[in-house]
Write a protein that binds this ligand. Structure first.
Ligand code: SDX
Length: 429
């Protein structure tokens, strides 16, 4: 893989030659695996400078604002493809032809329903439980039902689990909402597309025959595509680490859902809309901008900033266009929240603090506005994110588990605790 090396002089004075690997895109990496044998660790809290794995799935360039799924630019996919094609692409590495698409959709349709007993699980939750708590519980519980696909060393089991997860998460997500509202669960329909099926399971009523609005279906499908994968983000790294121990894929995806829930990660879309509603009017924006800049105030501008993108998040750009389309289609282009969002974006992009810290709107900034316009309740926003990201998590898990020299992930530490000391009996403390 390389004949390039980087020289490192250790504290002991020894010099090491670290192999340097050149990627097809992005930064070169130094292979530090030999360091432990030479008595030192690297130290990188938050993994700001660490490549945790090799991957061929998604590439992002934070400076250029680039996002590629298997080499295809996100804006091209969002405009010309659809979520099921993107799912196939992320899983298999190529866009599917007509035959492959037909077979893929047929297999997905085979697995959209849940074991009837799983519906009982919902009854154990309070109606006002946060839907992400229910998602973590029910997705994790899938491993209690599908014993015929838990052997991760068996490629057929891995394939079946992948289809089960991708096909069932929309059903589970919709059931979370229906249960919270006291509505009956709606079964998936095989004649509907993936996004249409999800919206139908969310909002259909047994008492009437009404199909989801095609404009909203298209917007939902595009939101799924934009959220499908994103390199080694926090929740994907969680799924990879959980999977490295050999845990079953249902449990690994449940760990990804738990990690995504955090407001610094996927929980930001819900937090962002709550913030926009709290701001309420453009006249109050300066007050919130000041709070976001105040080091003594833990408040952060939700939907702004990104660990990697130090330029516009390419997904936010596509999302912004979609927001206009959906609000127009819903006749709420004068939506005050949208006006607040647009004005907040304008002010923040001119403000020295945000410019100097390269804090731009990220994927979560506009998604909440679209989801609210579609009629998705705020506490379901991160569920939608988890639904879409399940495709990326499954693809990344499958890539990790198929690695020829795959091993359990086990980071070390910089220990600053007590040195060894004698036990102190109670009467001496
Ligand atoms: C997602 O990783 C991914 O790919 C994630 C994701 C995906 O698709 O998987 O893209 C999805 O998680 C998008 C991010 C959603 N989160 C938010 O919108 C929450 C608000 N954003 C911040 O919490 C923050 O920007 C992070 C967590 C997103 C990034 O944090 P970093 O890279 O660790 O940066 P940092 O916290 O060290 O901040 C750098 C500076 C700090 O100031 P100083 O200490 O240098 O003075 O910028 C400031 C921060 O205080 N800052 C903000 C801010 N974000 C960072 N100040 C105000 N408002 C903000 N939003």
């Amino acid at each position: 893989m390389t004949d390039k090396t980087a020289k490192l002089t250790l504290p002991s004075g020894d010099t090491l030659e670290l192999p340097v690997y050149t990627p097809t895109l992005g930064k070169e990496v130094l292979d530090v695996t030999q360091l432990v044998k030479n008595g030192v660790f690297t130290y990188d809290p938050g993994f700001m400078s660490t490549a945790s794995c090799e991957s061929k799935i998604t590439y992002i360039d934070g400076e250029k604002g680039t996002l590629l799924y298997r080499g295809y630019a996100i804006d091209e996919l969002a405009s010309n493809s659809d979520f099921m094609e993107v799912a196939y692409l992320l899983l298999h590495g190529e866009l599917p032809n007509e035959e492959e698409t037909k077979d893929f959709l047929a297999e997905i349709n085979n697995h959209t329903m849940l074991h009837e007993q799983l519906a009982q699980f919902f009854k154990g939750f309070r109606r006002d439980a946060h839907p992400m708590a229910v998602m973590v519980g029910v997705v994790g519980a899938l491993s209690a039902f599908y014993h015929d696909s838990l052997d991760i060393t068996n490629p057929e089991h891995r394939r079946k689990s992948a289809f089960r997860l991708i096909a069932k998460v929309p059903t589970i997500a919709a059931m979370c909402y229906r249960y919270s509202m006291g509505f009956p669960f709606i079964y998936p329909r095989n004649e509907m597309s993936y996004a249409e099926n999800f919206l139908n399971q969310m909002f259909a009523m047994p008492s009437e025959d009404k199909r989801p609005d095609p404009v909203l279906v298209r917007a939902m499908d595009r939101i799924f595509t934009l959220h499908a994968d994103h390199e080694q983000n926090c929740s994907t790294s969680t799924v990879r680490l959980a999977g490295s121990s050999g845990a079953n894929p249902f449990a690994c995806i449940a760990s990804g859902i738990a990690s995504l829930w955090g407001p610094a990660h996927g929980g930001a879309n819900e937090a962002c809309l709550r913030m926009l509603n709290e701001i309420g009017d453009v006249s109050r924006i300066p007050e919130f901008i000041e709070r976001a800049k105040d080091k003594n105030d833990p408040f952060r501008l939700m939907g702004f900033g990104h660990r990697v993108y130090k330029n516009f998040d390419p997904r936010a750009k596509v999302m912004r266009e979609s927001a206009h389309e959906v609000l127009e289609a819903m006749g709420c282009q004068d939506d005050p929240i949208f006006k607040v969002a647009m004005e907040l974006e304008r002010i923040a992009l001119e403000d020295e603090y945000f410019v100097s810290k390269k804090l731009y709107p990220n994927v979560d900034f506009y998604s909440g506005i679209i989801l609210q316009a579609i009629g998705i309740p705020t506490n379901m926003f991160t569920v939608i994110f988890a639904l879409a990201r399940t495709v990326g998590w499954v693809a990344q898990w499958a890539e990790m588990i198929s690695e020829p020299n795959q091993k359990i992930g086990r980071p070390r530490q910089l220990y600053n605790g007590s040195t060894e000391r004698a036990f102190v009996p109670m009467d001496k403390r």
